[in-house]
Design a binder for this molecule. Structure first.
Ligand code: ADP
Ligand code: ZN
Length: 634
């Protein structure tokens, strides 16, 4: 069975959505500022270009027009709907050229009944202008400037896409912004990555392949292409990718998914093409795409605002590039990508031959933190009595980046008091500062929470160990792993199973409820940390009743016409209300029975529960043997 996870608290949600929100607000900002700029532009255009262009005649009041008409100074007029334009003798004429000048006046609203008569009397040549085409004048007043602004904006955003004016010019829009790091300047190896031994182990195959591709293929290794690094921010995914390049001695192309997401359709795709072209020329090489979810989000997923076509094109281009390059035998390109939300990725990305290798990079446990602290204190000076072990112990839940941050802060503090070396006090003071920042992000647990999580996971583990039909425990941890999980208990099936008996399913439910049972036994109360467990247990119980025919009362009738039909609240037409009530009752009884059974077990083995919890709090991660040892020691 897979890992048994406890669900997270709401605080984590915001972290996960941050990238998306950033992108969205960037787009909104761009749109709003464009709107403002273009409105101002239209206004300026009308004020200073259109108006003077159209109205260069002398504007005179209607009364003056009439008196000049009477005085015989008007030469000709064109009568418009709301305006009369014409030519008249210039009273201030200085010579031949300005003897006759154009004039304009605003017509009387309802028309002047005596005007035609007066014109006839004065012998003025007159005509009537056609009413102006509303479309034409609208286009002139708004269409032209808007088209102009759109053109300007397009040019400007192409420039911005290039990272500012000047660099590369307008033609550089489709160029990838990835930075290439030559092998000799990669500068990091696995020596610089702490607490990630599992990930490093899995990456060694990639290195072997990059170093000696022919030999690798010769030995029958399946040629790797894409590696997905999955883990929370700051756990060293970028570092691992870079170190892989460092170990293999190949160039490293680093970019981020968000750099491919632009307002204009086709730009991202062009950048992807360019990136792969560059990498192919430098091959063997590693391409690293951070935050791949920015491009790789599931197309079937939730509603997204804007940029859909663009994202889709970019994703398709990425898929095409990954499929396209037959990794040439001696010049392979490996694509590594990082995400904290693999479940949001488009399944097409995860298919065989693409990102089919997933490596979990979790927050470090005690030993891992010690290693990371060792690495980051290499470059600084510590006082002789500096206790790295203690430093690791007082930083539970810290990621590699957090730890690097604390060491850095401590160095600053030491420098401020002009000390030779960083003391334990500096470290603790720095820790306090960093924690204040982290608590805002709600990523750290307080001691009581940690203890609760430890009891909870111990509960899962002990019930699994004690029940005859449950899979043995492989690993128990209170290190937060992945989205929302506060800890996990990993069980290892002894063999692949296709058929499960009623007893096995019941034991499985008891194990799932074991976490909550432990909280109940020890604390006498339960936390919200078990809601995912509850969901999984109910799901299983309901399927036993409605699908597997494992309830005597309900009988061997399949009531679920579709999987999970009952969960979705869609009752279909296959069961009467009475039967539905009976099903509910049976499910509840099943769960209550197993919950009681789990509690009973834990009460009986309360000693082992305390021992295991103590061990977990001390080292954060223990393997399966610790569970049996705790039972033996009680
Ligand atoms: P991610 O890509 O997972 O967000 P990074 O690789 O960018 O994390 O980590 C940021 C920095 O934090 C690294 O450059 C390194 O200094 C430090 N760091 C993170 N994880 C580790 C680790 N496991 N070992 C050593 N340093 C680490
Ligand atoms: Zn649990």
């Amino acid at each position: 069975m897979g890992p048994t996870k406890t669900p997270g608290r709401p605080g984590n949600e915001s972290n996960d959505n941050k990238g998306k929100q950033d992108l969205l607000s960037k787009q909104i900002q761009a749109a709003v500022s464009y709107l403002v700029v273009s409105l101002i532009g239209v206004w300026l255009f009308q004020q200073f270009i259109l108006q003077p262009l159209l109205i260069r005649e002398l504007a005179i009041p209607y009364s003056e027009f009439k008196s000049r008409l009477a005085a015989g100074e008007i030469v000709s007029v064109t009568l418009g709907q709301d305006r009369i334009v014409g030519r008249m003798k210039n009273p201030d004429a200085t010579g031949e050229t300005d003897a006759i000048i154009p004039f304009t006046t605003v017509a009387v609203p309802e028309g002047d009944p005596t005007l035609i008569e007066a014109l006839d009397a004065a012998g003025v040549e007159y005509s009537v202008s056609e009413p102006p085409s509303p479309v034409g004048s609208f286009l002139l007043a708004y269409g032209l400037p808007l088209a102009l602004m759109a053109g300007l904006w397009y040019a400007a955003s192409r420039q911005m896409a290039r990272g500012g004016f000047g660099a590369g010019g307008i033609m550089g829009i489709g160029k990838s912004k990835a930075t290439e790091v030559r092998p000799e300047s990669v500068g990091v190896t696995f020596q610089d990555v702490g607490g990630a031994d599992e990930a490093i182990g899995e990456l060694s195959e990639i290195i072997q392949f990059l170093k000696t591709p022919e030999q690798f293929a010769h030995l029958g290794g399946r040629i790797p292409k894409g590696v997905l690094l999955v883990g929370p921010p700051g756990t060293g995914k970028t570092l691992l990718a870079k170190a892989t390049a460092g170990e293999a001695g190949v160039p490293f192309f680093e970019t981020s998914g968000s750099e491919f997401v632009e307002m204009f359709v086709g730009v991202g795709a062009a950048r992807v093409r360019d990136l792969f072209e560059q990498a192919r020329q430098a091959a063997p090489a590693i391409i690293f795409i951070d935050e791949i979810d920015a491009i790789g989000q599931s197309r079937a997923g939730a509603v997204r605002m804007g940029g859909n076509d663009e994202r889709e094109q970019t994703l398709n281009q990425l898929l095409a590039e990954i499929d396209g390059f037959r990794t040439e035998k001696d010049r392979p390109v490996i694509i590594m990508a990082a995400t904290n939300r693999p479940e949001t990725l488009d399944p097409a990305l995860l298919r065989a031959g693409r990102f089919d290798r997933q490596i979990t990079v979790s927050a470090p446990d005690l030993a891992g933190r010690l290693q990371i602290l060792r690495i980051h204190s290499r470059a600084v000076k510590l006082t002789p009595d500096f206790d790295l072990e203690r430093a690791a112990r007082i930083t539970p839940g810290f990621s590699g980046a957090d730890l690097a941050n604390v060491v850095n802060e401590a160095a600053l503090l030491a420098a401020r008091r002009q000390a030779e070396a960083i003391s334990m006090q500096d470290f603790e003071a720095a820790l306090e500062r960093v924690v204040a920042g982290l608590e805002k992000k709600s990523r750290l647990m307080n001691e009581r929470e940690r203890t609760t999580v430890a009891y909870h996971e111990s509960g899962h583990a002990l019930v699994a160990e004690l029940l005859p039909h449950a899979d043995p425990v492989a690993k128990v941890s209170i290190v937060p792993r992945g989205r929302g999980a506060l800890g996990y208990t990993m069980q290892m099936p002894t063999e692949d199973r296709y058929l499960l008996t009623r007893e096995e399913l019941l034991d499985r439910i008891a194990v799932i409820l074991g976490g909550r049972a432990a909280e109940q036994v020890v604390r006498g109360t339960i936390s919200t940390g078990a809601s995912d467990d509850i969901q999984r247990a109910s799901e299983l119980a309901r399927r036993m009743v409605t699908e597997f025919g494992m309830s005597e009362k309900v009988g061997m009738v399949r009531y679920a016409t579709q999987q999970y039909q009952f969960l979705s609240g869609d009752t279909g037409a296959s069961a009467s209300p009475d039967t539905l009530a009976l099903i509910d009752e049976e499910v509840q009884q099943l769960i209550a029975g197993q919950y009681e059974r789990a509690q009973e077990l834990l009460r009986r083995h309360r000693g082992a529960l305390e021992i295991l919890t103590g061990k977990l709090l001390a080292t954060e991660t223990v393997d399966g043997s610790a569970v049996s040892e705790a039972l033996a020691a009680e």
